[in-house]
Design a protein around this ligand. Structure first.
Ligand code: HEC
Ligand code: HEC
Ligand code: HEC
Ligand code: HEC
Length: 289
């Protein structure tokens, strides 16, 4: 937000409720991003729709993911039991029917205070091309697990995290790291310019990690099977095998050999007769001839 010499606010910079707004005094953020100006309501901020204003769409579909998860389903079925209007909103005391976005990321439990840092309970960052653990991730994960523990047994929660980690590792190792290496190779050979987005393959790579790759990871992080698989890994594989690799081969023949030699990609070369017969039999038994 800028203030003009006349003392008026520059109308090209406000209204603005950006989460990272830079205010005239240098401070950052806009409380009205979540609370709305006049009521300054906790009820509004606690509702998943208010986070969904920004957290939706092809590159970070948290709202859609939540809606299809058991948590979203439980919330919409039990909204009238959520006590969203209550001044005190402590999980397990004031409500227990379902978690909203705020419940897991910001709100209080009997042992945890409200936080306005939504990163405080995250162990991974799923936004970069290759996911990495956050600083102090063990502590942050333990904090999130305290929230889950109000509604679930810790063995159940631990098993969720085991599967979540495996999924992120699979994405990192099978697709993200080889794709990143491939792009470096093409750059070193002068096949892509230093200016980003000038060549088709740069768009392909971007869509792979920034859209489809995030959807797979975000889906897994918040229990949404369809976003993990069909909007996620299926699209990742399609982009990777049918666009990224052929486009790289066209620019630099042989550049993808190192990928196809990796164990996880060997299936591309085809499978033996015996294996094929086994699969055929499996599907025939299951679905009929
Ligand atoms: C990312 C969304 C978001 C932003 C931005 C945000 N808040 Fe909140 N705020 C919440 C949520 C969610 C709650 C409800 C927490 C609860 O009661 O469970 C809340 C609760 C509060 C409360 C109630 C007291 C408490 O701690 O329970 C106050 C006061 C508050 N916010 C002030 C602010 C101020 C001031 C700003 C700007 C500097 C701000 N908030 C920005 C989401 C946000
Ligand atoms: C006005 C838009 C907007 C609203 C509303 C909003 N967010 Fe965000 N949120 C963002 C942006 C932008 C980022 C940072 C993305 C980045 O750095 O790549 C972010 C980051 C996050 C992160 C990751 C934090 C980290 O440290 O990695 C979480 C978790 C999150 N938001 C949860 C919420 C929740 C819960 C709500 C609702 C209570 C909410 N957000 C409302 C825009 C918004
Ligand atoms: C049941 C608890 C729960 C609910 C409900 C929930 N989340 Fe999450 N969220 C998580 C967990 C767990 C992670 C992954 C944490 C980790 O990496 O350790 C996560 C990760 C995130 C991230 C980080 C993504 C990144 O790129 O690193 C964002 C942003 C986010 N959630 C937003 C939301 C929004 C918006 C909603 C509601 C529409 C929501 N969450 C609902 C538990 C929840
Ligand atoms: C307010 C209570 C509440 C909190 C907090 C909560 N959950 Fe849940 N969770 C539920 C409910 C309700 C269901 C659906 C249970 C059922 O099927 O009867 C569910 C289901 C699940 C499922 C099964 C998903 C499926 O598709 O079958 C997993 C996994 C899960 N939760 C993990 C977590 C994790 C991890 C956290 C913390 C990040 C968490 N939950 C926090 C209430 C909660």
């Amino acid at each position: 937000m800028k203030v003009l010499a006349s003392g008026k606010i520059d109308p090209t910079t406000w209204p603005n409720t950006g989460i990272g707004r830079i205010n005239p005094d240098g401070s950052r953020g806009a409380c009205s991003a979540c609370h709305s100006r006049h009521l300054f309501s906790a009820k509004v901020a606690r509702s998943p729709e208010s986070c969904g204003k920004c957290h939706l769409g092809p590159d970070h579909p948290q709202k859609e993911i939540y809606d299809e998860s058991k948590h979203g389903i439980a919330f919409y079925a039990n909204r009238d039991r959520m006590n969203l209007d209550s001044r005190s909103w402590v999980l397990g005391k004031d409500y227990s029917a379902a978690p909203t976005c705020a419940t897991c990321h910001m709100s209080a439990t009997a042992d945890l205070p409200v936080t306005h840092d939504p990163g405080e309970r995250l162990s991974w960052t799923l936004r970069p091309a290759v996911s990495r653990k956050m600083e102090d991730w063990e502590k942050k994960r333990a904090t999130m697990r305290q929230v889950c523990g109000n509604c679930h047994d810790q063995r159940f929660v631990g098993a969720f995290y085991t599967q979540y980690d495996i999924t992120v590792d699979l994405y990192n190792e099978k697709f993200a790291k080889p794709a990143g290496e491939l792009m470096k190779k093409l750059a070193a050979a002068g096949k892509i310019t230093p200016n980003t987005f000038t060549g088709k393959i740069e768009w392909t790579y971007f869509l792979l990690w920034h859209h489809e790759g995030r959807r797979a990871r975000h889906g897994a992080s918040m229990m949404a099977p369809d976003y993990t698989q069909w909007h996620g890994f299926f699209e990742v594989a399609n982009r990777f095998y049918n666009e990224l690799l052929p486009e790289a081969e066209e620019l630099l023949p042989g550049s993808t050999d190192f990928i196809l030699a990796q164990d996880q990609h060997k299936w591309k070369k085809g499978i033996g007769k015996e294996e094929r017969e086994k699969m055929k039999k499996f599907y025939e038994e299951r679905y009929g001839k």
